[in-house]
Write a protein that binds this ligand. Structure first.
Ligand code: CP3
Length: 353
């Protein structure tokens, strides 16, 4: 089936577009009252992820309100550790937690062999239901966490302020850490390829915690595994390229090696000027980003000015996907998201003549 709006796919392949495509990390989420209502109906966040019809409903909600150029699968990166038997749960207001954690080399060796595509069939079901519902309106993004980012949650047993346990494990047991990352890289590869088989048209790897590493540890413990995954992804389906995007939060300092990872697109957070990123990327990849999500709390006029500034900074030519530098947060006024999306479309035409 042909896409009605494929400017997101075109921009990722650095092909000409009419205006800059835009989507938003966490575009389905708690800032939308209709999301909160559906989550309540589902019972819990995990019930919502596991119910294909309701996951489809919340994926579609932001597309009904806003002129986004892509949809993103509603799920979570922590489905993989859950599939490995760690027992994911969410404590109200406290974020994710695991009943079982990894603390020793033996814990890594004893992780079960998991058929990810079978274990996470509920995710593939959601992908097919969403694709059908989208009916070619915009492309669907599938996603996974990076091995390093997943490992931090599996070791810490949840979120962390300083990642003391995950880093200590890496420094004291580098071999066990590599074994864990290797297992996760295989799982992520199978997971993303299963999502592509089910209908995902783009895939993004979220490396939320890569930026907490030292330069040499980033290359060795995070980027190396994302490269391995990208090399083994399905590259074409339904007669089209399935582009991949790598997003390392706080990764601007390592842009050159990230650009060389084999990904088609590189996500940027707000701590790097996109003009500088464009210069350093040298046209080898598309760039995605990078408005500070906190900007959405500012006035509509300030949001529009910031969008204008980022578009001007990227300047003329293809290869830009507009996004936030990280996910939208729950207290944002939904009307401000319309200002953000419409400003990107209204102000970007001049850069695509
Ligand atoms: O972008 C989207 O709209 C798609 C859905 C999506 C969610 N999580 C839904 C979600 C995606 C792509 C993610 C990725 C994810 N999950 C990441 C990487 C991206 C990032 O934000 O850095 C990480 C680190 C997680 C782990 C996770 N899941 C955390 C830390 C939390 C708690 C967040 C918080 O602010 O409380 C979650 C829960 C979660 N995942 C929610 C949503 C909408 C909130 C759950 C709720 O409804 O209460």
């Amino acid at each position: 089936m042909s896409l009605k709006n494929d400017r997101f796919l075109k921009a990722l392949m650095r092909e000409p577009v009419d205006v800059t495509p835009v989507w938003m990390m966490r575009q389905a989420g708690r800032y939308l009252p209709e999301y909160r209502a559906t989550r309540k109906q589902a019972g819990s966040f995990l019930d919502l992820c596991k119910n294909a019809e309701l996951a489809c409903e919340v994926t579609m909600q932001p597309l009904r309100r806003y002129d986004f150029d892509a949809a993103i699968l509603f799920s979570d990166i922590l489905t993989i550790p859950d599939a490995f038997g760690q027992g994911l749960y969410f404590e109200e207001g406290e974020g994710p937690k695991f009943r079982k954690v990894i603390r020793t080399a033996a814990d890594v060796e004893n992780l079960p062999e998991v058929n990810i595509a079978a274990e996470l069939e509920y995710v593939m079901n959601a992908v097919s239901v969403i694709r059908k519902e989208l009916n070619g309106a915009v492309p669907l993004i599938g996603f996974s966490g990076s091995p390093w980012t997943l490992a931090t949650y599996m070791i810490e047993g949840g979120g962390s302020k300083d990642f003391r346990l995950a880093k200590q494990f890496m420094y004291d047991n580098p071999e066990a850490m590599h074994l864990l990352l290797d297992k996760l890289a295989d799982a992520v590869t199978d997971y993303l390829n299963a999502q592509i088989d089910a209908g995902a048209q783009v895939v993004q790897i979220f490396d939320t915690w890569g930026g907490i590493l030292t330069p040499s540890c980033y290359l060795e413990f995070s980027l190396a595994y994302m490269k391995k995954i990208i090399a083994n992804l399905t590259k074409e389906r339904e007669g089209r390229r399935v582009p991949s995007i790598v997003f390392t939060k706080n990764g601007g300092q390592w842009l050159e090696p990230i650009v060389a990872s084999g990904a088609d697109g590189v996500g940027l957070d707000w701590t790097i000027d996109i003009a500088e990123a464009k210069r350093r990327a040298g046209g080898a990849v598309a760039l995605q980003g990078n408005m500070d999500p906190t900007m959405l709390y500012a006035s509509p006029a300030a949001i529009r000015k910031e969008v204008d500034q980022i578009l001007a900074s990227y300047g003329s030519g293809p290869g830009h996907v507009f996004n936030l530098g990280h996910g939208i947060t729950p207290q944002v006024n939904p009307d401000h998201v319309s200002v953000f999306v419409d400003s990107v479309h209204e102000l970007s035409g001049q850069y695509h003549k």
